[in-house]
Design a protein around this ligand. Structure first.
Ligand SMILES: [Cu+2]
Length: 208
């Protein structure tokens, strides 16, 4: 008798390359794969994760997490920070602190959470709270890979803090198989970045 489901245990992979309209590789783009069959997304993996503060910047600048994740906000600087968010997906404010004293924050609602610091106005970071457990972030070469995908149909989309159009304009329907990785390329229009890279050790504007 032929038994269906012989591919059980085999998983697919999505490989993604993101470039801007000039062909430059785009880092910090979040790639999200939502299975059309919701049973494929049954996974309760919400590890304790962290967004650090180093040289008065959030590290990493963009952090994708699965909904329900707890995030710590350690402070590796020798000064104190006061981290907050006014975003509807998560409003919170940590007390002014140094070191690793701040209690972790639970991100229980999907969406974009913009992080700021009350002391250092220019500090900005992003937590993307994903409703799907299948996501990844592009590195400097504009590449990301999502592994361990149950084979099937997916809606795949992108988010980036500087994207010109909404993430819904990036949605593609993709078939994932266990045989070979599926490669996708996007060209993403970005708004001119207002983020000024700061040199470590350089004098800081504003407060110390
Ligand atoms: Cu600060």
């Amino acid at each position: 008798m032929f038994v269906c489901g012989t591919t059980l245990g085999y998983a697919g992979e999505l490989r993604v390359v993101v470039k801007d309209h000039r062909g430059k590789h785009v880092a910090d783009a979040v790639v999200l794969a939502t299975p059309l069959d919701p049973k494929s997304a049954l996974r309760a993996k919400t590890p304790l994760d962290a967004v650090d503060q180093v040289d008065k910047q959030f590290v990493p600048y963009v952090k994708p997490v699965f909904v329900g994740s707890k995030i710590r906000f350690p402070n590796s600087d020798h000064i104190r920070h006061q981290v907050y968010s006014f975003s509807p997906a998560k409003k919170f404010e940590l007390p002014l602190y140094g070191g690793t004293d701040a209690p972790p924050v639970v991100f229980d609602k999907p969406g974009v959470v913009v992080l700021g610091c009350n002391i250092h106005d220019w500090m900005v970071g992003y937590i993307y709270v994903s409703e799907t457990p299948f996501f990844a972030k592009t590195e400097i070469a504009g590449r990301a890979s999502i592994e361990g995908l149950p084979p099937g149909e997916y809606h795949v989309r992108l988010w980036h803090p500087s994207m010109e159009h909404g993430e819904e304009t990036t949605v593609r329907r993709v078939t994932v198989t266990a045989e070979r990785p599926t490669t996708l390329e996007w060209e993403l229009s970005l708004k001119p970045s207002l983020r000024v890279p700061r040199v470590s050790g350089a004098p800081s504007p504003g407060y110390p």
